[in-house]
Ligand binder design. Structure first.
Ligand SMILES: NC(=O)c1ccc[n+]([C@@H]2O[C@H](COP(=O)([O-])OP(=O)(O)OC[C@H]3O[C@@H](n4cnc5c(N)ncnc54)[C@H](O)[C@@H]3O)[C@@H](O)[C@H]2O)c1
Length: 358
């Protein structure tokens, strides 16, 4: 039997705890060390998932261990750059939660570190790419069924801020979640913008964004941000995001794609029905046919978190059996798009988005 990949897990909160449970049960991976500020949390997760690993509060020590092959970073958003760069410099494969980073400087430092180590796997957990319904949408687009894409619109809108405030009353430390750093566009919006990149296969070159007045009057950053992106070849995209809406999480991001031969909207493929359309007496509805998109959205994993699929993919990449679906440069571009949207709001002007690979 080949050797199991040994992991260091950094951060064992909402996401980290679930990843630890999946990894603990994995046939090709094992957890060497877990790192969190809270030892009691680490112990609780080990007990619940039935595994034992070393515990440390020091992420540098965890990354530096000789018996660790790969690092999974699931610490708060402002704590991504240091562990990511250190992991690569210590020769470890690395998986990191979205958003890749929060500032342009962090993004470029991290992307540069990954570029210096092409021999190591990097995976940025833009997890919606793994969901069956979005894969089905991508297949429809790639098959040419809706023709050439002209416009795509995706919203990531939730009321998570209301939920995090309530969680704090029950003792959880969600202060970082409520800080302006983790505002809707930089954090949730990155899922929607990454989906634009994934589905169109194109990079955005420019963005103009604006924001509403706060939805929660005590939090300025609860505003709704709407960002208009220009992609190559005359394609436009509209991404809106907030965590401050009075609205629950919904099992799919609202997605609309308009192509020259068809539309994808409300989980359906809409196309001109050549055979049955245009009867003798034209009727508006004869124009279109509708087809449900596979698995939309009822088969979405958990709350849009396909952890098992992500871990399998990561291990396949480390073992050389697959190529990372979202390597560092790609996660970097998704983060950069939403960072530039925030810059556009600050400047009141459209902002160019650089291509980090040039
Ligand atoms: N893919 C998704 O859809 C998705 C969903 C939720 C969160 N996330 C991302 O996952 C990451 C974690 O989010 P979460 O909701 O699990 O947060 P969380 O607050 O529940 O957990 C963060 C954990 O990190 C630990 N931590 C903080 N500082 C640390 C340090 N210096 N060293 C070690 N541990 C430290 C905390 O003790 C906590 O247990 C974030 O980047 C977040 O944006 C992604």
């Amino acid at each position: 039997m080949s050797k199991k990949i040994r992991f260091a897990l950094l951060g064992l909160g909402g996401v980290g705890g679930m990843v630890a449970k999946e990894l603990a049960a994995h046939a090709r991976g094992e957890i060497a060390v877990i790192c969190d500020l809270k030892q009691e949390l680490a112990e609780k997760i080990m007990e619940q998932a039935g595994f034992h690993a070393d515990y440390t509060v020091d992420w540098q020590a965890a990354i530096g261990r000789k018996d660790v092959d790969a690092v999974i970073i699931q610490t708060p958003n402002h704590l991504h750059e240091g562990p990511f760069v250190a992991a690569l410099e210590n020769g470890k494969h690395v998986s990191i939660q979205k958003p890749f980073a929060l500032t342009e400087k962090e993004v470029s430092n991290m992307a540069a570190a990954a570029a210096r180590h092409p021999e190591l796997t990097t995976y940025v957990a833009q997890c919606y790419r793994m969901e069956r319904c979005y894969k089905a949408v991508k297949e429809i687009i790639d098959s040419g069924r809706i023709g050439e894409i002209r416009h795509i619109k995706i919203d990531y809108v939730t009321g998570y801020m209301h939920y995090w405030i309530k969680e704090m009353e029950f003792g959880a430390d969600k202060r970082w979640r409520l800080s302006a750093d983790s505002r809707g566009m930089l954090d949730g919006g990155v899922h929607a913008f990454d989906m634009v990149r994934f589905l169109t296969g194109q990079e955005a070159v420019k963005v103009y964004a604006q924001e509403s007045a706060p939805l929660m009057t005590e939090y300025q950053h609860s505003s709704m941000v709407s960002a208009a992106f220009s992609l190559g070849n005359g394609v436009t995209a509209m991404v809106s995001s907030t965590f401050g809406a009075v609205s629950p999480w919904r099992p799919s991001m609202a997605l609309e794609i308009y192509g020259t031969k068809g539309t994808i909207r409300d989980g359906k493929l809409i196309y001109h029905d050549q055979q049955n359309g245009w009867k003798k007496q034209p009727d508006y509805h004869d124009f279109y046919a509708e087809k449900e998109i596979l698995g939309w959205p009822s088969e979405m994993t958990g709350a849009g978190h396909p952890f098992a699929a992500e871990i399998n993919h990561l291990i396949d990449c480390i073992e050389g059996k697959a190529k990372s679906l979202t390597p560092a440069w790609s996660g970097a571009h998704s983060a950069l798009g939403v960072i530039k949207a925030m810059e556009s709001i600050k400047n009141g002007t459209p902002v160019e988005i650089p291509d980090l690979r040039k």
